[in-house]
Design a protein around this ligand. Structure first.
Ligand code: RIB
Ligand code: CA
Length: 310
């Protein structure tokens, strides 16, 4: 599978980059502001690929959402965005500062390309403005984001959607079908001390980085959530794209709340039977794939094995 990864590294993004490079032909990466600012997400993407010895081009993207002010996830991801990981001086640089042009050009020029977005959807929405036919040129579009149940950054909103709801609304409306890998499934694939100890056993800089960022995330979860195991949301989204047979999913209209004071950033999934929606409406936006469940042990093992192979 040829894959472009749009990301906001980000602790779990860092592991996702390693997993994507292992199971897919990682053609390129684009960065977006999200967990931390665009300078840091771009630097982190370059650092992770450098540590892992991945010659994957990184294209800088949007530094702020379509509307409103940039948000920040540093209370979870740390000020650098990669916890307390010690990062090398960079000997690689960004391929361009125009992620949107890269996304549009690559979608048209590379056959069977799958786009996986694991951060706020600002770049994808801007690419859709640039090329309304973008989705037709992609073999698939998968996002880590949203939830048909509870939220994480608010009681009802998941961070990637909440960080740029206007962008998410554009993507669900204009790029259907979107495979939505939301908290419904990602919260089930959790990692603890046993998994990070296995990662460290590889004795490679990349596996150590994966263990470091996962342990940092575990510390923050212990502090905020009272749990010692953590979901690696983005890495699970990678497996959803590369191993789709492991996941249970169903098609439903998804609308994004952009005006609600309490519910801004909520992905509202219309789970009513299609005939009922047709009969009494209102029909929501185009249906997208909600990913509900998976073989948790199999997905966790695929992620750990990818890290061990770095
Ligand atoms: O809600 C989880 C998402 O928010 C992940 O992509 C994580 O990296 C954060 O950006
Ligand atoms: Ca992310």
């Amino acid at each position: 599978m040829k894959l472009v990864l749009d990301c906001d590294p980000g602790l779990d993004d860092a592991v996702a980059i390693l997993v994507a490079a292992h199971y897919a032909d990682l053609v390129g990466m684009t960065t977006v502001a999200g967990n931390v600012g665009i300078n840091r997400t771009t630097r982190n993407a370059l650092a992770v690929t450098q540590i892992a010895g991945l010659d994957v081009p990184v294209h800088r993207g949007a530094g702020k959402p379509l509307a409103g002010e940039p948000v920040d996830g540093s209370r979870i991801h740390g000020d650098t965005g990669l916890g307390n990981a010690v990062l090398p001086d960079l000997d690689r640089s960004e391929a361009s500062d125009d992620a949107v042009a890269y996304l549009c050009d690559t979608a048209r020029s590379v056959d069977d390309l799958h786009l996986l977005a694991i951060g706020p959807l600002t770049n994808v929405a801007l690419a859709l403005r640039c090329d309304p036919d973008l989705r037709r040129h992609l073999a698939g579009l998968t996002i880590m984001g949203g939830s048909a149940s509870a939220g994480n950054i608010t009681s009802v909103a998941e961070f990637n959607i909440w960080a740029d709801p206007e962008a998410a609304a554009v993507v669900f409306e204009k790029a259907a079908p979107v495979a939505m890998v939301g908290l419904d499934v990602t919260n089930k694939v959790v990692f603890g001390a046993e998994e990070t100890a296995r990662m460290r056993g590889a004795g490679t800089p990349a596996a150590d980085l994966a263990a470091d960022v996962t342990d940092f995330l575990r510390d923050r979860f212990r502090q905020y959530v009272g749990e010692s195991t953590v979901p690696l949301h983005d890495a699970t989204a990678v497996i959803t794209a590369t191993h789709p047979h492991l996941f249970e999913r169903s098609l439903h209209p998804i609308a994004v709340e952009v005006r609600g004071e309490i519910t801004r950033g909520m992905t509202v999934a219309d789970l009513r039977p299609p005939a009922l929606i047709e009969a009494i409406g209102p029909a929501g936006v185009a249906a997208s794939d909600i990913v509900w469940d998976t073989d948790v042990d199999a997905v966790r093992e695929l992620i750990v094995e990818a890290v061990l192979a770095c």
